[in-house]
Design a protein around this ligand. Structure first.
Ligand code: FAD
Length: 286
């Protein structure tokens, strides 16, 4: 199948892109890496009249320190999550997750902003923005704003983005000496979307966990923090008993939907297994 005919506009600035979208209304889409949008066009799952290419907008590029945060431009490609030294040093959870996103050809084109905007519940990076307590910077017809990742993912492929708004950057708190992280996923084959995946950021004093954010993907309609499991770990040393308690708490935190691929009970079991492994690794890092 081929995509329906569309017009193409290459935006040079954010204002250009926003104006073009405002003029075309619902019939326009921004295109970044095209790794999700182009297949959707080819399958005619989407058929906009206008594509607004945002890949030539300089303001959406680059990774730099900004106070206590790392500003990661929306156009940062998945492959740059692996190659950019600032990300390896100050956002190591993203660096750890990047090799699990698709395959090299897709990582060479796909962008961080595109992945977060799409909000596929099976994607690695949207879930990691939750674990990292990141903020999403948005530009739109009524100005600029920042939205916490906790408030960004609303429902299946539904986010806090309003029509015609553009993600400009994602701000991630700088990784600190008293923090630990862990990431892994369970997939049938490397490069496939995960059956279950998880990323963890913890702040510790010695063995004790002072704060922890645990985010799962491929377990429901959105990436999800598991607040019951988090609460069961805060204030305690990471030992076998606490890990078992956190695994038990997942029953209340997660309600995986029915699916042909993996029954809900199996997905919950896989989530428990994965959480146990990752918390075990965090303990080893102590
Ligand atoms: P595009 O395809 O250009 O756009 C996607 C959507 O986001 C569109 O609606 C577009 O309008 C919107 N958009 C893009 N940028 C912005 C922005 N800055 N602001 C607002 N809206 C914007 N992803 C994974 O996470 N894990 C995987 O394992 C994985 N496997 C894949 C396997 C295959 C075979 C393919 C084709 C893709 C896979 N992907 C996977 C998806 C890939 O990572 C995409 O690149 C990513 O989801 C979207 O980024 P993009 O830059 O390509 O966005």
């Amino acid at each position: 199948m081929k995509a329906r005919a569309f017009s193409y506009f290459r935006a040079a600035t954010i204002d250009h892109a926003l104006d073009a979208h405002a003029r075309a209304g619902d019939d326009a889409r921004f295109i970044a890496g095209g790794q999700s949008l182009v297949p959707a066009l080819s399958l005619r799952l989407q058929a906009p009249r206008l594509l607004i290419d945002i890949t030539h907008i300089d303001e959406l590029r680059g990774v730099r320190r900004d106070g206590d945060s790392l500003r990661i431009g929306a156009l940062t490609r998945h492959c740059e999550m692996l190659s950019e030294p600032l990300i390896a040093e100050f956002a190591p959870l993203l660096h750890a997750a990047a090799p699990f996103v698709a395959h090299p050809a897709i990582r060479n084109r796909g962008t961080f902003g595109g992945s977060v905007a799409l909000a596929d519940p099976a994607s690695e990076f949207p879930a990691m923005t939750l674990a990292l307590d990141a903020e999403i910077e948005i530009a739109g017809p009524s100005g600029r704003r920042r939205v916490k990742a906790d408030d960004f993912f609303i429902d299946l492929f539904e986010t806090a983005l309003r029509p015609g708004e553009l993600i400009t950057a994602i701000y991630v708190p700088l990784f600190k000496a008293d923090q630990r992280f862990a990431f892994d996923e369970l997939a049938r084959r490397r490069g496939d979307y995960a059956l279950v995946g998880c990323g963890i950021m913890a702040t510790c004093t010695g063995e004790r966990i002072d704060d922890i954010r645990i985010s799962f993907f491929s377990v429901g309609n959105t990436p999800m923090r598991v607040k019951g499991a988090e609460a069961s770990l805060i204030g305690s040393d990471l030992n076998a008993q606490r890990i078992a308690a956190a695994q038990g708490a997942l029953e209340g935190d997660l309600a995986p939907p029915e699916s042909d691929e993996v029954p809900p009970a199996m997905r919950l079991h896989l989530a428990r297994v994965l959480l146990g492994r990752l918390l075990g690794r965090l303990g080893e890092d102590a």
